[in-house]
Design a protein around this ligand. Structure first.
Ligand code: URP
Ligand code: ZN
Ligand code: ZN
Length: 607
């Protein structure tokens, strides 16, 4: 039992604790190999008709049938002519929408001494179960490690296991000329168009402002999209130390160490730095009202910036860090943290619904009870991460559409189309249209289910949405024209997913950048040259920015008296503390001269 406290912990009865060392074994799961595609009786040539549903795109809804061949949508309309032998899915009363795109996952990621328990098989299978047909994962090199090697390592992990399509963002976790060169190779040769920079995880992945600027400049040159994990890592380090000294070692310390303003400050700083070098910016995992407000207000100022809340920040909150059950509280630990305020999810959903925020990811990065327990005596050692890849679509439908905040078109925009546009894979992805990939979810908007770790498809033994009743079920999911979820039953095939290259210089992101740069370019004022006297700097040069080097400080700012002596109106000391006679032989005594109006010896010293 996890719960020793008085609060009931719905996750309590899920699964016996796995020892941390068992985690590696559990990643070796039984998976359906690619060669079972034939056994499964389907082929990429399959013809499929989705009949009688309401097709929903981000900009329109229409009652239409969708005909698919060879994994591509071939016809959308009514009274379609289809060849004999075509399989028909009856979709009356259902919505036919583009499959979801989860913009932010970490499958089997090595992190904080362990490895995320949902790998590319269990994670993408769970994604399909929930109606997501593509994920975007992060290849994150260790400090000093080649970005290209990290990228290939991720591909080697993903390719044999993925059940749905995937793209890769690459982390710029350190800075050097080599990193800059490798970024170019990744964009030119490997289909990477987004790089994530960390402002947190001090001493491992955190970049300082100068490195951030360099990486933003490089993204701009390459036509890539800069992404930031926006939290002030220096403040977090300092706060964590203080809290541990106070004896606060539990999961609540994680949240206390990084309050909302720590996220908002970094979000603002990232926006300013990116804007200064005209680099488009994408803020991953927006977790707080004030960080969301920063993104929203910078957009209003014309910055090219996008914000990604996640299923967790939209569907639950950080009051759980204060749960009496340690495992329950630790199960919610992620960075930036969920905010301990029940109005935050609704606020973020309003911004998402109204266009201030654009996409939704999950930051799916799951750890079992035993893995989380690596931090049982020290919250800084609790592996950061939560689930979401399976439940994102349902949670957003429930909290966004059922709540009346967004219509089905906006739902499609924030769960799929906007991601496809921002990462330059639209309309191949994110649209039901002729020529698009047949990645489709047949959604029953009225059916309900109760989310639970006991029934979910993920490998992790905990679910942050435990007990939540949601409307909206992915009854059929079609990925590359293949039916991979059938009346709720998942028929995923490992290795069936494909790597999706993301090209640079995306018109949806860079479209207005050149003009914006031109319009905002600094303009020289034409004037007659100054011809008056110019002060002498005593032969000393001036540094960049007009700073006169410290060692050039001089006491003599006034000319000598007529007899050649020191002008007594000159100061006898310098702001640095140096005195006029510091270079003379040591004095045997110091004469104090007091102010005529004061008995204060301190004041007298300086008078
Ligand atoms: O807690 C989190 N977010 N874990 C994954 C790593 C990251 O920062 O995205
Ligand atoms: Zn992050
Ligand atoms: Zn992440």
């Amino acid at each position: 039992m996890w719960c020793g406290g008085s609060w009931p912990c719905a996750n309590a009865a899920v699964e016996p604790v796995k020892a941390a060392e068992q985690v590696a074994d559990s990643l070796e799961q039984e998976i359906v190999p690619r060669d079972s595609i034939e056994r499964n009786g389907q082929s990429a040539q399959n013809r499929l008709l989705i009949k009688g549903g309401r097709v929903v795109n981000d900009d329109m809804m229409q009652d239409a049938d969708v005909y698919i061949e060879d994994g591509i949508i071939k016809q959308v309309g009514t009274n379609l002519h289809t060849p004999g032998g075509t399989r028909v899915i009856e979709a009356k009363g259902h919505l036919v929408m583009p499959g979801g795109i989860d913009t932010h996952t970490h499958m089997q990621m090595p992190f904080m001494g362990t490895q995320a328990i949902d790998d590319f098989y269990t994670g993408t299978r769970a994604a399909l179960a929930g109606g997501t047909t593509m994920i975007m994962d992060f290849a994150l090199p260790q400090r000093g490690e080649s970005l290209i090697e990290a990228f290939h390592r991720w591909r080697t992990w993903a390719d044999p296991k993925v059940c749905c399509d995937y793209a890769i963002h690459v982390g710029v976790t350190w800075w050097s000329d080599k990193v800059a060169q490798e970024m170019e190779e990744l964009t030119n040769e490997q289909g990477v168009n987004s790089f994530k920079m960390f402002m947190a995880y001090k001493d491992t992945w955190q970049l300082n402002d100068e490195e951030l600027l360099e990486s933003f400049k490089r993204c701009k040159e390459l036509g890539a999209l800069a992404q930031v994990h926006a939290e002030n890592g220096d403040v977090i380090k300092e706060n964590s130390k203080k809290l541990l000294e106070l004896g606060i070692t539990g999961p609540e310390g994680h949240e206390m160490s990084r309050p909302e303003e720590v996220e908002a400050e970094a979000t603002n700083r990232a926006c300013v730095l990116a804007n200064q070098v005209n680099c488009p910016l994408y803020v991953v995992h927006v977790m707080s009202k004030s960080a969301a407000d920063v993104v929203s207000s910078k957009r209003k100022q014309g910055h090219v910036v996008f914000g990604e809340p996640i299923a967790a920040s939209l569907g639950t909150d950080g009051t759980h860090h204060y749960h009496k059950c340690w495992r329950h509280a630790a199960g919610h630990v992620m960075g930036p943290p969920l905010r301990p305020d029940s109005s935050t999810p609704k606020y973020l959903m309003d911004l998402l619904a109204n266009g201030d925020l654009q996409t939704t990811g999950t930051d799916n990065c799951t750890f079992s009870a035993a893995q989380k327990a690596l931090g049982k005596d020290d919250f800084t050692k609790i592996p950061n991460g939560v689930n979401g890849v399976e439940d994102r679509m349902s949670v957003i439908w429930e909290k966004g559409v059922v709540s009346g905040k967004m219509d089905p078109c906006r739902f499609v925009a924030v769960t799929s189309t906007n991601a496809a546009k921002i990462f330059n894979i639209y309309p191949k992805k994110g649209r039901i249209a002729v020529g698009s990939d047949a990645d489709i979810v047949v959604w029953n908007p009225h059916a309900t289910r109760v989310i639970s770790a006991k029934t979910h498809h993920q490998a992790v033994d905990f679910n942050i949405f435990e007990g939540m009743e949601v409307h909206g079920i992915a009854e059929f999911v079609v990925c590359h024209g293949r039916v991979v979820v059938e009346e709720g039953e998942v028929r995923a095939i490992s290795g069936m997913g494909k790597y999706v290259p993301t090209p640079v210089f995306n018109p949806h992101v860079y479209g207005r950048l050149e003009e914006r740069e031109r319009a905002n370019a600094p303009c020289k004022v034409e004037r007659a040259p100054y011809e008056g006297p110019v002060a002498q700097l005593n032969g000393q040069g001036m540094q960049e920015g007009g700073i006169i080097p410290v060692q050039q400080e001089t006491f003599y700012t006034r000319g000598p008296t007529r007899s050649g002596g020191v002008n007594l109106h000159d100061s006898s000391f310098h702001v640095s503390g140096r005195q006029r006679d510091d270079d003379l032989l040591p004095r045997t005594s110091i004469k104090l001269v007091t102010s005529p109006n004061s008995s204060s010896s301190l004041l007298g010293t300086f008078w």
